[in-house]
Write a protein that binds this ligand. Structure first.
Ligand code: SMO
Length: 686
């Protein structure tokens, strides 16, 4: 339906004479607001109302998942009143009869701001310790260290943020169409922030045009739109422009990780020490601390590392809000550990595959508790590594690389292993088998354009023995589906799919016992723990000696995503993840100038990978069902974004290693690589 243009997105929602919203945003990165003059805007044609901070200062704050302990809560200003802590923060809002009238009036509003640097502060931190890391480091035969700085990324779903609110005067209630991954969270947060009974708020996430973590939380703009609908007793609509999303939607990554890996003389890992700093903006979205948490706890990956000392902290800055973005800390953890391992392999003169072979956990070790307190559930990590070598033709690729290198080519191979923990917790499903054989599946899980409807219909059809066309799947409407969490953290198939499976099994069992139709079963399914997808990737990359331009020649991946419901969807997730992972590795970067002004406010300035940027992919898989959920599924939605940056970084450094290059910082643009070649003094560039 989406491919044929039949989608219904939030902005397509027909409302009755809606008020259109335009926000006035801070032009500076920090300071005190002295005065905001709303008078000219109020008198502008088509304007119904103009609001400043004082009108909404009584509203509550967004809740934050304390994945790492929060030292002090951050403010959640719907409109900023006196303090500005990032460019783009909304400080006034115009409601008008048309979008253009709202925009024209907003441009008449002048804010007087006394500029000041908002400074930085640590707002949350956590430390994982196991054993005596300093003592092990001091006694180890080898210690390698590495710093990985991740560019800030703009998640950039095709559909920007959008909200449409219908006001029902008869009940003093609203229906909210929201482009979100978490419709029930939208309702509960709105109810709490606006101090309105949740029963007066119905939330519908219609088709969602991509989200990638950027739409897992409510924004100040969303809260304002719903407040305005209740306040003015009118319908209200807001759709962000692309530039507004660059400016004020959450960015991903931006973390800096430093690590030290200690090894014995045989290349066995003894201890890992790491320090992680995750940037956060002026306010925290619900999952705002997740990247700092994941970037730390997943660092041991699938390797045996007994001794650890890892600290992570979230630090405020002046570059706007950050949040989860596909991978959400997993790519950061993976880049650091896989870079450290490659450095160790080089230092000890051990083949990169061999050093991983010596340290990866074996199937007999699983389930295994990591020193960070996680439990790796199941799988065969060595099989993934060996399958990768076989399918990629590793030995021949090494020989080919060495031959070309001897001829003067700058060409390298990069290897990375990865883990992808899928979320834990619960999800719901309500399944009805009707007398005519039609099946209705309603789930609290949701879809962000990744075809949850199809896989849930398959699970129901298989379990109940009906045609897939007989199954109607309903998602993401708080009035029609049971409560749920939503589509994030690679959890929708593992947990949501398991909820559907269990409910279908209950229906089937009751039918076999002779119960008359229709039969409805409703279940709240909670998994036994996180299911850890994993895999390995090998990238071949060459660099133009004259310009530094990198070319990815090939990528081979092996993934174990547990039980697969739909191979096409799994492949789509892997390819999409790889595209975004390659985007981070090679070209994407949000840039601010010294004053905190955003320089990449459009796709003219921010490089997004296109289909023509994709290298040849060779994808392979096997399935070891996870014992952690009924379906046996593991996460796959973030696989490519987790593994690709590490593999590409390792490949680029391998390519430039003959010049003495030992570290590179993403994105690996032609300029980055040319500069690195030049800095070694051996590049052919002038
Ligand atoms: S970054 Mo995801 O939507 O948990």
């Amino acid at each position: 339906m989406l491919l044929r243009g039949g989608g219904h997105f939030t902005d397509d929602t027909r409302l009755t004479g809606p008020l259109h919203l335009s926000f006035v945003r801070s032009m500076v990165a920090g300071g005190r607001i002295l005065q905001v003059d709303l008078q000219d805007a109020k008198a502008a044609p088509g304007v119904i109302a103009v609001h400043g901070a004082r009108d909404v200062e009584h509203l509550g704050a967004l809740s934050v998942n304390p994945a790492i302990p929060l030292l002090a809560p951050l403010p959640f200003p719907v409109l900023s009143g006196d303090e500005i802590r990032a460019v783009g923060q909304p400080l006034a809002a115009v409601l008008a009869e048309t979008p253009m009238a709202a925009l024209d009036a907003a441009e008449l509003i002048h804010a007087e701001i006394e500029e000041a640097d908002p400074g930085t502060a640590t707002v949350a931190q956590k430390r994982w310790q196991s054993g005596d890391a300093p003592a092990v480091m001091a006694a180890a035969a080898h210690v390698v260290d590495c710093t990985v700085a991740h560019p800030r990324l703009a998640p950039s779903p095709m559909e920007p943020r959008a909200i449409a609110v219908a006001y029902h005067p008869d009940r003093d209630a609203v229906t909210v169409w929201h482009s979100t991954q978490t419709p029930h969270r939208t309702r509960s947060e709105l109810a709490a922030i606006l101090n309105v009974a949740a029963s007066r708020i119905r939330v519908i996430a219609p088709h969602v045009g991509g989200a990638f973590g950027m739409k897992a939380s409510l924004y100040p703009e969303d809260v304002f739109a719903v407040w305005a609908a209740f306040h003015h007793k009118r319908d209200v609509k807001w759709t962000a422009t692309r530039s507004e999303d660059f400016l004020s939607a959450t960015h991903g990554r931006g973390l800096t990780s430093r690590g030290w890996l200690a090894l014995d003389g045989n290349g066995r890992f003894l201890a890992l020490t790491a320090e992680i700093e995750a940037p956060v903006g002026p306010w925290l979205p619900n999952s705002g601390l997740i990247p700092a948490w994941n970037a730390g706890r997943i660092l041991p990956s699938g390797y045996r590392i007994a001794t650890l000392d890892i600290t992570t902290q979230a630090v405020t800055g002046r570059f706007g809000p950050t949040g989860i973005y596909r991978g959400a800390g997993r790519p950061e953890a993976n880049c650091l550990i896989e870079r450290l391992i490659d450095k160790a392999a080089r230092k000890l003169n051990i083949d990169p595959v061999e050093i991983r072979r010596r340290n990866l956990l074996r199937t007999a070790d699983l389930p295994c508790s990591t020193a960070c307190g996680d439990t790796l559930d199941s799988g065969d990590y060595h099989r993934a590594l060996e399958m990768l070598c076989t399918r990629a033709g590793y030995d021949a690729l090494i020989a080919d690389r060495d031959r070309r290198r001897a001829d003067g080519a700058l060409t390298g191979l990069g290897l990375a292993f990865y883990l992808e923990p899928s979320g834990s917790g619960w999800e719901t499903a309500r399944v009805t088998l009707n007398a005519d054989g039609a099946v209705t599946v309603a789930s609290g899980s949701s879809s962000q354009g990744h075809a949850r409807e199809t896989s849930y219909a398959q699970i129901a059809a298989d379990t109940l023995g009906v045609a897939i066309t007989a199954v109607d799947v309903r998602l993401a409407d708080t009035a029609r589906v049971p409560a749920g969490i939503g589509a994030l953290a690679s959890r929708s198939t593992a947990i949501g799919g398991s909820a559907v499976l269990i409910a279908c099994r209950q229906v089937a069992a009751r039918r076999a016992a002779g119960e008359t139709l229709p039969i409805t079963a409703e279940t709240r399914y909670e998994n036994d723990g996180q299911a850890w997808g994993y895999g390995a990737c090998l990238a071949g990359l060459s660099v133009c000696p004259d310009t530094g331009t990198p070319t990815i020649e090939h990528i081979t991946c092996v993934d174990d995503t547990g039980t697969i419901v739909n191979p096409k969807l799994v492949e789509g997730q892997i390819i999409g993840g790889l595209a975004q992972g390659l985007g981070e590795a090679l070209m994407e970067r949000v840039v601010h100038d010294q004053d905190g002004q955003l320089l990449t406010g459009s796709f003219m300035d921010y490089a997004m990978p296109r289909s023509t940027d994709m290298p040849p992919l060779s994808l392979h898989k096997f399935e070891t069902p996870s014992p952690m959920n009924a379906l046996g599924a593991k996460g796959v939605g973030e696989a490519g974004t987790i593994v690709a940056p590490a593999a590409v970084l390792n490949a680029a450094i391998d390519a430039l290693s003959p010049l003495g290059v030992t570290d590179l910082t993403m994105p690996l643009t032609g300029h980055t690589l040319w500069q690195a070649m030049r800095d070694t003094g051996q590049g052919s560039a002038p």
